[in-house]
Design a protein around this ligand. Structure first.
Ligand code: GLN
Length: 216
């Protein structure tokens, strides 16, 4: 009889989610801190190798042109798209919303309009009810924020300001125009982690099903 197989190295930390934060530019550190406070292992991501196998990924705010160029320069486009294709969740915030839209990485069937609230009201805060986060409104901080200007039927609007979508979800991709890392309300990050936990369970279920088939 063959000996029992070796314990995989990740087992020691198997329950802790590994969430990457794209660290090309922008306010990635605050996201990493928030994810850590919720019990995730937050990983700063700058290479495609660092994306492989992550349970979830945050694409933070900053400057969307700079972030898009950095993604191209570092060859991350394909890895981020594969992450999404594998059903691993993504949270894109502010500039990250733009980077994920159909004119950029193409992760959602929606278009984000840059600096959509105009120069005069470049930054503002509102109490926002966000679908799926419970009845308590979230204090949403908008800084030269985008908003969704068009979207297809498969996109779910989670929150709007003046009738314009500012938080959407399509499958495992959640995008918000505000900065959830700048308040002490961690519900957007908790949502990402809940999606990441469910996605991990689906993968494990799928793997054990595949093993079962191979064993048969
Ligand atoms: N205005 C920025 C852009 O268009 C986004 C601002 C932000 O991420 N806070 O890229």
């Amino acid at each position: 009889m063959s000996p029992p197989s070796a314990v995989p190295p990740e087992v020691g930390d198997a329950t802790r989610l590994r969430i990457g934060v794209l660290a090309s530019q922008g306010d990635f550190a605050a996201h990493a801190e928030m994810l850590g406070s919720l019990g995730a292992e937050a990983v700063e991501v700058r290479t495609s190798d660092a994306i492989a196998g992550l349970d979830g990924l945050v694409i933070p705010g900053g400057e969307s042109t700079t972030i898009t160029k950095a993604i191209e320069r570092d060859g991350l486009e394909h890895s981020i798209q594969r992450h999404a294709e594998e059903g691993r969740p993504i949270l894109g915030t502010c500039a990250g919303m733009i980077v994920c839209d159909r004119d950029h990485l193409g992760l959602v069937d929606a278009t984000a309009e840059r600096n959509a609230f105009g120069r005069q009201i470049a930054s503002f805060e509102v109490e926002l009810e966000v679908e799926g986060l419970g009845p308590d409104p979230l204090r949403a901080v908008f800084i030269r924020a985008p908003r969704i200007s068009s979207y297809d039927d498969d996109v779910e609007v989670l929150a709007s300001v003046e009738g314009h979508p500012v938080a959407i979800r399509q499958g495992q991709v959640v995008l918000c125009a505000f900065h959830p890392e700048l308040t002490d309300d961690s519900r957007m990050h908790a949502l990402l982690m809940a999606l990441a936990t469910a996605a991990r369970e689906r993968r494990q279920h799928h793997e054990s099903g595949t093993r079962g088939q191979n064993d048969a």
